[in-house]
Design a protein around this ligand. Structure first.
Ligand SMILES: Nc1ncnc2c1ncn2[C@@H]1O[C@H](COP(=O)(O)OP(=O)(O)OP(=O)(O)O)[C@@H](O)[C@H]1O
Ligand SMILES: [Mg+2]
Length: 373
């Protein structure tokens, strides 16, 4: 899929403007704080309405304005489509797809897909498990509406159960109700993550092998309280059983600590290079290659699942990579639309279109034809 045109109105510092894109590589460059990341964010937001920076919806509205709008005209599944997001300062929000109002953001899953890569993702390997969970959740949510809903429900149940546990002498029968709900939702999430990670492992391994000239990357889903080596994760009834008995076992400890101790909110994605933990033993360079391989693997899983390539959003990531990794990214850009930001024009890849971004104004500098792919 690819975006033909982005129309903006008071989204952060971007004012009111329309930007027509090439269906190949689009480079946005400019000094710091001009609006490059904001532009990628506006596109990302329509694939993942939770956004990629911390903060509230109203933060997207230009300072002093009442509302913001982002509209994308894009081509997917063989036809032109339009998706539009409006945000209002009183916290109202509306999304339409081809003019039809969308009630829940999960209905957008698999309609418009992006894969975002920011310098922070280079820490995916050495960072904490919550970053890897966020990576998985963002990736799977884009593909499966049900996952997105289950994840939100699961989060709510966890905070309710935590509240109950914190109150100390909690009502055990009420706790049992929450636990049943946790087992139901949590087992589904675990199963989906397990299945995603199996596919991701294959796709990412291929990239890592080429990037590292031969190292074997393996991704394993570590579910808590799962069985060793992530076993049993393919069978919903097994997952439920293991989860239920772990909850029972942890009950007293949960009371003492005043928080939920078992479930997918504690899981991790283990990354192994030649059988050893990349987090503990990988060099900086190896860890970066793994992060890059995961992101490129994510692109492929969108293609496999949705049947269309995602729009790849690379925010300032080239400057963080050495030549050979930059080269590897370049060789993987074909057949995908890419929006890439950079502070330097020197990063100009073989771009089909280049834009300058200055004080929120996006100006198209040149557009070359197909021969420049
Ligand atoms: N709601 C808002 N209204 C108006 N301006 C905003 C809003 N939110 C953020 N900004 C401003 O947008 C500016 C540009 O931010 P952005 O992150 O897009 O910069 P950038 O071009 O990516 O810079 P860098 O190269 O440093 O990453 C910032 O100076 C910020 O203050
Ligand atoms: Mg930026």
């Amino acid at each position: 899929m690819y975006v033909k045109e982005i129309s903006l109105s008071d989204f952060r510092n971007l004012g009111r403007q329309s930007v027509s894109l090439s269906e190949h590589v689009n480079l946005f460059y400019g000094e710091n704080a001009q609006g490059k990341t904001n532009l990628l964010e506006s596109v990302f937001l329509l694939s993942c309405p939770k956004g990629f920076r911390q903060g509230k919806d109203r933060d997207y509205i230009a300072f002093g304005k009442e509302s913001a709008k982002v509209r994308l005209n894009y081509v997917a599944f063989g036809r032109e489509q339009q998706i539009e997001l409006s945000l209002f300062s009183d916290a109202r929000k509306s999304i339409t797809l081809n003019g039809i109002p969308i009630r829940r953001s999960s209905e957008l899953a698999a309609q418009f897909c992006t894969v975002l890569f920011v310098p922070g993702h280079l820490n995916l390997v050495k960072g904490g498990p919550e970053e890897r969970r966020l990576f998985l959740d963002t990736a799977i949510s884009q593909l499966r509406p049900k996952y997105q809903r289950a994840l939100a429900d699961y989060g709510r149940v966890i905070s309710q159960k935590n509240m109950l546990l914190k109150r100390g002498a909690a009502d055990r029968s009420l706790l049992e109700v929450w636990n049943q709900r946790l087992i139901e939702l949590g087992s589904y999430l675990t199963l989906q993550r397990g299945s995603y990670v199996r596919k991701l492992s294959a796709a990412a391994a291929e990239h890592h092998r080429r990037l590292s000239r031969g190292e074997e990357l393996r991704c394993e889903y570590r579910w808590f309280p799962g069985l060793p080596g992530g076993e049993g994760i393919t069978d919903l009834s097994v997952v439920r059983e293991v989860f239920a008995s772990a909850l029972k076992q942890a009950a007293e400890q949960e009371f003492e600590r005043g928080m939920c101790l078992v479930g997918p909110h504690r899981d991790d994605l283990e990354l192994l290079i030649d059988g050893r933990s990349a987090r503990l033993f990988g060099s900086q360079g190896q860890q970066r290659s793994v992060a890059l391989s995961l992101k490129l693997g994510e692109c492929e899983l969108v293609e496999q699942t949705v049947g269309e390539s995602p729009v790849l959003l690379l925010d300032d990531v080239m400057s963080e990579l050495d030549r050979s990794r930059q080269q590897y990214i370049r060789s993987n850009l074909k057949k995908r639309q890419v929006l890439i930001t950079s502070c330097a024009r020197a990063h100009a890849l073989k771009t089909a279109a280049a834009f300058s971004v200055e004080k929120g104004k996006v100006i198209r500098l040149f557009a070359k034809g197909e021969e420049n792919r």
